[in-house]
Design a protein around this ligand. Structure first.
Ligand code: HEM
Length: 452
């Protein structure tokens, strides 16, 4: 076993690669992998940091030894004012409890009902679209996914709060992202304009989810959703505290809409760039659905539509960088030893560009996922939702939602991208497409189908 560091940049004295991370985290981590390979060492200030992209080592970190490499504490402290001590930020026994609280909301038997809501809301969302009309596709997708997560998990109609929620999310993720990128927390008590904005955005999102709670209390009815489950366990004799309630709702509301909306924005961008993929999608939708809206039963038959979403999640995984992990003791990984306190970065965006598993990786090609080809990949080579005990709780929810929104919209409209500027991602807490991506939509179905 080597105790030497894997290859990597020397960085500046004292600062290491802090400034590179701060300037462009996505560009920096991508260039590290290109220059030094799939196991890289660098420094963030005084700390040892590693970018690990080897599937076997990724598997070790996330599946084999997650207890020895939990989520890193400084990053946790940075996002804690927003996420609290809920499922996203906690570790160990607290995490296991938080996960158990929310898990029933994602049981397979619930997903059929969610599918019905996804399709209904997409149809409502495009009701006002006009052929030839121009729209900001990111706004349109956010509208649908905010409404979907609110209706399915909280039985709450969120149409009126979409602009408020989207603006507050953009603010909080942008602000926390700055501290997060360089692992330097700014304590909340510092009386700065920056902290004032942070507090305002958190307050706005708290108000939104607490209004859902207030509305629930008016009837106190078990609606079979996540909110009812939490509320019924929160009341007398239950062990769900007010903080559990708030933290869980914030986690699901925030993790549950931007990620899927941005996945769909990337899908529209890719379809406009690859007309042969768009044509194959239309062929499948027309053949399988024959003009009627999709249902949960159609989902398994929408094979190519699913392949498109998988390929989008390969090339533009919105969870582009997992929450950094930290070694709690010296840990052997591959042929190296990571000393205690080492910070570990695992990036699906970087991993998914390995030409050994994805030849010509910058090419958008859903055929890579034909006939379960992804199942043949080594574990750890394709991880848009992470892996192991912290795998995304919403992975099936999100995949079904993305597939059904794509199917419902593409069945009726061609979406053409009007943006002149290059559409490149920016990566902080999430992988974002540029804001305000303008599209023109053109009806592609006979009127009878469009009215269905
Ligand atoms: C395309 C959409 C989505 C993507 C790409 C995505 C990606 C991810 C990734 C990569 C992680 C793991 C982070 C890590 O290990 O550091 C994660 C965790 C999580 N996701 Fe998602 N997600 C998506 C949608 C959703 C949805 C719709 C929900 C809920 C409704 C959700 C809820 C969560 C939660 C609660 C966690 C934390 C799990 C834990 O730490 O135990 N996600 N997601």
């Amino acid at each position: 076993m080597k105790t030497a560091y894997p290859p990597g940049p020397k960085g500046l004295p004292l600062l290491g690669s802090l400034l590179d991370l701060r300037k462009d985290k996505l560009g920096f981590l991508t260039s590290l992998a290109k220059t030094y390979g799939d196991f890289v060492h660098f420094r963030v200030g005084p700390r040892n940091a590693y970018l690990v992209s080897r599937p076997d080592c990724v598997h070790d970190i996330l599946v084999e030894h997650p207890k020895r490499m939990p989520k890193e504490w400084i990053h946790q402290r940075i996002v804690a004012p927003f996420f609290g001590n809920g499922v996203v930020t906690s570790n160990g026994a607290v995490h296991a409890r938080q996960r158990k609280l929310a898990q029933p909301a994602f049981q397979p038997r619930r997903l059929d009902n969610y599918c019905r809501i996804f399709v209904e809301q997409t149809l409502l969302g495009i009701e006002e679209w006009r052929s030839g009309g121009e729209y900001d596709i990111d706004n349109e997708m956010l509208r649908m996914t905010i409404q979907n997560v609110s209706l399915t998990l909280f039985s709450a109609d969120a149409m009126d709060i979409v602009p408020r929620a989207a603006a507050a999310m953009t603010d909080i993720l942008g602000l926390l992202g700055r501290e997060y990128d360089v692992a330097l927390p700014i304590p909340m008590w510092v009386p700065s304009e920056y902290n004032r904005r942070k507090k305002a955005a958190i307050r706005e999102l708290n108000d939104i989810v607490m209004k859902f709670v207030e509305d629930w209390r008016k009837t106190g009815q078990d609606k079979g959703d996540l909110l009812s489950m939490l509320m019924l366990a929160h009341g007398e004799g239950g062990d769900v505290t007010h903080d559990d309630l708030r933290d869980n709702m914030i986690a699901m509301f925030s993790a549950g809409h931007e990620t899927t909306a941005f996945t769909l924005v990337w899908t529209w961008i890719m379809l406009a760039r690859y007309p042969e993929v768009e044509a194959a999608l239309w062929e499948e939708l027309d053949r399988v659905l024959g003009g009627r809206p999709p249902t949960a039963e159609d989902y398994p038959k929408l094979v190519y539509t699913q392949m498109i979403i998988k390929e989008t999640l390969r090339i533009y995984p919105t969870g582009w960088l997992l929450f950094p992990r930290e070694t709690t003791e010296d840990v052997a990984l591959g042929e190296y030893t990571i000393p205690k306190g080492g910070m570990i970065y695992v990036s699906p965006y970087v991993i998914h560009r390995n030409p050994a598993y994805f030849p010509d990786p910058e090419r958008f090609d859903p055929e890579r996922f034909r006939a379960g080809a992804d199942k043949q990949l080594p574990r750890g080579a394709y991880i848009p939702f992470g892996l192991g005990p912290r795998v995304c709780m919403g992975q099936h929810f999100a995949t079904m939602e993305a597939v059904l929104i794509l199917a419902t919209v593409a069945q009726r409209y061609r979406v053409s991208i009007l943006a002149k500027q290059p559409l490149v991602p920016s990566g902080s807490l999430a992988l974002r497409p540029p804001r305000g991506v303008k599209v023109r939509v053109t009806a592609r179905q006979p009127a009878s189908a469009a009215a269905a």
